[in-house]
Design a protein around this ligand. Sequence first.
Ligand SMILES: *Cc1c(COP(=O)(O)O)cnc(C)c1O
Length: 413
Amino acid sequence: MHPLRYHAQQLYMDDQPLDDIAERFGTPCYVYSELFLRERYHAFAHALGTNTLTCYAVKANGNLQLLRLLASWGAGFDIVSGGELARVLRAGGDPGKIVFSGVGKSRAEIRAALEAGIFCLNVESAAELERIAQIAAELGVQAPVALRVNPDVDPGTHQYIATGLKESKFGIPLAAAASLYRQAALWPSVKFIGIAAHIGSQLIDLQPLGAAAARLRALYEELQREGMRLQHLDLGGGVGIRYQDEVAPSPADYAAVLDTALAGLPVRRVVELGRALVGNAGVLLTRVEYWKENEGKHFCVVDAGMNDLLRPSLYGAWHTIWPLRQKDLPMRYCDVVGPVCESGDFFAKNRPLASVPPGSCLAILGAGAYGFAMSSQYNSRPRAAEVLVTGGQVQLIRRRETLADLLAAEEGL
Ligand SMILES: *Cc1c(COP(=O)(O)O)cnc(C)c1O
């Protein structure tokens, strides 16, 4: 499911022809559908119900305008850095709905989070808990915290995005978490308010999430028997989407897994969804520069590179690629590659693609999450523009970087 369709042989996002956007804003260019994002957010928030704080995981796509929209719809936010905190606050996000995850929070980041009055810090080690307690004491506040436990379940996803296995750097092993809750229960400057976990990303089978929720529940009940009053369980994110032919879980499927695992438990739930909200809301537009043939192998060389969209290079991820104009052209098996000087700079390998002429544009689908967010200036390539399709209009939400932007931080020192 995505917001794209062909009409009169032209590819549209909602009511806007993408070729016009490529002409107007240039390529490479990210384009997002506000309508699609809004429908996804509301579908999850509605399925999960009012007892759930539905957070958006900012690291999937931190564009300010997208954050403003999500804030206006009532979303909470899952952040992993002081930079993301600054983005959410600038976008008008409610600090009382921010959870802060991440294994390496610095003193400055913890201080900023406490000063902003965020909802909860998800703590990943005993050492971090001590640091938070110390900074909270200095500030004269009580830090609201959850321990991020490592439930040791295999999410069945790519090894780089599996985070809940015992060999992973994330979280605190369940048994150690129980003793840390007991040990720190009476520290005056921290207040335990929940238990958190996040087992991985792009989960197509939700059973591991159900298993993780059940383990959190068992820990909650164990601590409750000892008199500890926790108010929420944070199940993290990770709900997968369709990139190729995956049968992705629906919001109702997801809610049902949590409802079953947590039935009858008097707690609030928190979720932190990134990809499931924004992944299929976005495409990357790129222009064909050249076709080349090396000993019978065809390459379609485009003007976007791995610096713009890293997922194929990093994870071998599949992204569907469609031409913006459908013509009756012969299909050709080719590698779709970028201009970056790395053999890993590709978007597709041995893929049938219409042999569109140089100068015409392609859309790389499913690029809304971990697309622009992971982009860089590698090879001294300015980062792409970002555009939002919004109710009959097209809005530039990040201008294309210039050569001056590339040099700015190194000049005039
Ligand atoms: C990345 C991340 C998420 C979001 O993951 P998605 O797969 O995009 O839903 C949520 N919580 C934490 C702690 C994360 O690191």
